[in-house]
Design a protein around this ligand. Structure first.
Ligand code: ADP
Ligand code: ADP
Ligand code: ZN
Length: 218
């Protein structure tokens, strides 16, 4: 099964992607994570992307399309992948369709996670991540069971993203409305789009997605 998770910053794409990757044996492909890794490693792509990401704008289509085209070729993607944060523009969606067609792969569903902008600011400004295993937490909505210790791996170091401040979140939301929302129409026409209410708690959102997937003929 090959899926896309679509939604504004903070909607819960990463959180749900991890859960779905585990329950369905899919590889999670997060362009945000890949770009942050490139920035941390100081690669050519990382150097090009760094400031754009810090401003909350989109990295160029060519860069992200190139990253995804290469990654989808890897053998681990053969049994199914979940795109988290890609595509984000119509040009990226068109490029993805071409890549999939060329590789004889299909897209089974596009899951849109809907949420209100004000809630998203709160989600993003409270977000932190385990430095060791990458699990996401939230100061209010998803605290580790024991303060300061990751539930998943026992790690005790956490990180916050540089772009997770209120000002940058507001520009990321604007970018989402201007450049990514048109994808809802792009995928809406052919029955691949499934929308879920991202304002509910994490488990309820997961339940809605699982129900939508159960209805697919894969
Ligand atoms: P995205 O990948 O879409 O940017 P995340 O999955 O990182 O979003 O979620 C953003 C923040 O909100 C994280 O701190 C996460 O723990 C929290 N979160 C995710 N889903 C929910 C939810 N349904 N209700 C409350 N908080 C949530
Ligand atoms: P979130 O879902 O919380 O907004 P991501 O981790 O998906 O964050 O993305 C972080 C940043 O990485 C984006 O603001 C953008 O600068 C860049 N980025 C990630 N994916 C893409 C993409 N598909 N196209 C262009 N830029 C991207
Ligand atoms: Zn951890």
């Amino acid at each position: 099964m090959n899926l896309i998770l679509l939604g504004p910053p903070g909607a819960g794409k990463g959180t749900q992607a991890r859960m779905l990757a585990e329950s369905h044996g899919l590889v999670q492909l997060s362009t945000g994570d890949m770009l942050r890794a490139a920035v941390a490693a100081g690669t050519e792509i990382g150097v090009q992307a760094k400031e754009t990401m810090e401003r909350g704008e989109l990295v160029s289509d060519n860069i992200v399309i190139g990253i995804i085209a290469e990654r989808i070729e890897e053998p681990d993607c053969a049994s199914g992948f979940l795109l988290d944060g890609f595509p984000r523009t119509v040009a990226q969606a068109e490029a993805l369709d071409a890549i999939l067609m060329q590789k004889n792969k299909t897209l089974d569903a596009v899951i849109e996670i809907r949420a209100d902008d004000e809630q998203l600011v709160e989600r993003i400004t409270g977000r932190f991540t385990c430095a060791k295993c990458g699990v996401g937490y939230h100061e209010v909505f998803r605290r580790p069971l024991n303060d300061g210790i990751c539930d998943q791996c026992g790690g005790s170091e956490f990180t916050r993203r540089k772009d997770d401040n209120e000002e940058t979140v507001r520009s990321r939301l604007q970018v989402y409305h201007a450049q990514t929302v048109p994808l809802i129409g792009y995928y809406g026409g052919n029955g691949r789009l499934k929308s879920v209410d991202g304002m509910l708690d994490i488990k309820s959102v997961n339940r809605q997605i699982e129900e939508a997937l159960a209805g697919l003929q894969v």
